[in-house]
Design a protein around this ligand. Structure first.
Ligand code: LMR
Length: 395
């Protein structure tokens, strides 16, 4: 049977990790995959995480199964943090998933089971969104709504695109720190989107993977809360990869907002069954760490402090990048409109390749850059490389 299969290309984003590692040039800069880095280019384990791990190691008395719902203390603590008071607690159900991707996959399977045929996605979006939903049986429909030249989100264009949606379709929303653009709706924009979705009977699916890395911890949940408090039903996929630095531990959760407690119990039973058929039970370690942090005031304060330092680093790097101003056709100043880890520059695939070959600068083929991959010296190098690109008329 395997002879019927055709060879698939490597994931282009994950391929950059290997390409960068294999490059012998000392001055190389990795702006590829979205991981936080410090000034020295390291992705350290957060101090609060280390402390929670130490405690876990000494106190954990069993590795026995927990169940498809995972660590319920983790889910409860996270729900409080994310949903807050936006929705009555008896309308919220949730379970632990292997990362934010696991949460999205579970959401997609629940949607397919509930007869949701299509999900509308503002484009460009995270490269894994469309294939993930398609493979679960929910067809992605893209709405181009970002202008790279001016680094702006076209709210009217997005809403007009949504007019083609049928009642019962889903719509994907990046909760904060849009990946790959870095541009989110403002508060008024979120309200308009929420009413538009509610009026048309669409199901919002919020992907919240960068809470605390944009404007601040609660500020970054404000858009999601506006949506959740406006609609009868919603899904929210949460990732702890970035804000707890837990990447490889695959720590996330899926929350469903339901009209009432009874429908919540039905949705939850479906989620448990789908999780069981997928991965049976999620990996424990990362969720146990997050639970220990969130159930301990001092550790929570320490983690929030570290997260705030990370957020400020991203903010200052973004400002330094934007200070490069206009270089040829690229207005770096516009990058200041964004927040979080990413920006996407209006670069052609040929320019991206040239920057890699000539200057050892690695980024996604789309022109997406991970701002955390810079330090101040690397930003100066990047500005110079762009000037060199323009001087050499690379298009
Ligand atoms: C990214 O977009 O770089 C990250 O979310 C990592 C991934 O899985 O793609």
């Amino acid at each position: 049977r395997f002879a019927t299969l055709t060879r698939q290309p490597d994931d282009p984003l994950l391929r950059i990790i290997g390409q960068h590692a294999a490059d012998p040039r000392a001055r190389k800069i990795d702006l590829g995959v979205g991981v936080f880095r410090d000034e020295e280019g390291r992705t350290p384990v957060m101090t609060a995480v280390k402390a929670a791990e130490t405690r876990l190691l000494s106190e954990q008395s069993s590795k026995s199964y927990l169940g498809p719902e995972g660590d319920t203390g983790f889910v409860r603590a996270l729900a409080k943090l994310v949903v807050g008071d936006a929705v009555a607690s008896d309308r919220v159900v949730g379970l632990q998933t292997p990362g934010g991707t696991g949460a999205l996959r579970l959401a997609a399977e629940l949607m397919a089971r509930a007869g949701v045929a299509r999900i509308w996605i503002g484009s460009p979006s995270w490269a894994n969104h469309a294939p993930l939903f398609r493979q679960a049986g929910v067809e992605p429909a893209m709405i181009p709504c970002f202008d790279l030249g001016t680094q702006t989100f076209d709210l009217d264009g997005f809403l007009t695109g949504l007019n083609a949606a049928d009642s019962g379709d889903a719509v994907l929303l990046h909760g904060c720190c849009h990946n790959p653009i870095g541009i989110d709706p403002n508060a008024a924009g979120w309200s308009v989107i929420a009413s538009h979705i509610a009026e048309r009977g669409l199901l919002p699916v919020v992907d919240l993977a960068y809470q605390g890395l944009g404007d601040g911890f609660d500020e970054d949940a404000a858009g999601a809360r506006t949506i959740l408090s406006t609609v009868p039903e919603a899904l929210l996929a949460y990732s702890c990869d970035k804000n707890f630095g837990l990447y490889r531990e695959r720590t996330g959760a899926l929350f469903a907002i339901t009209p009432d407690r009874d429908s919540g119990a039905t949705v939850f039973s479906n989620l448990l069954g789908l999780a069981r058929a997928n991965w049976s039970m999620p990996p424990d370690h990362g969720a146990a760490i997050v639970r220990i942090i969130l159930e301990d005031e001092a550790l929570t304060a320490q983690w929030r402090d570290e997260l705030e330092t990370m957020r400020r680093r991203l903010e200052s790097l973004r400002a330094a990048l934007a200070a490069g101003g206009r270089i040829g056709a690229i207005d770096l100043g516009a990058v200041a409109h964004g927040k979080g880890m990413f920006a996407t520059l209006p670069l052609s695939p040929a320019q991206v390749e040239w920057l890699r070959d000539r200057h050892a600068i690695y980024m996604a083929g789309s022109g997406r850059i991970n701002i955390a991959g810079f330090n101040l010296a690397a930003i100066a190098t990047f500005h110079d490389a762009l000037r060199d690109m323009v001087a050499n008329a690379v298009v």
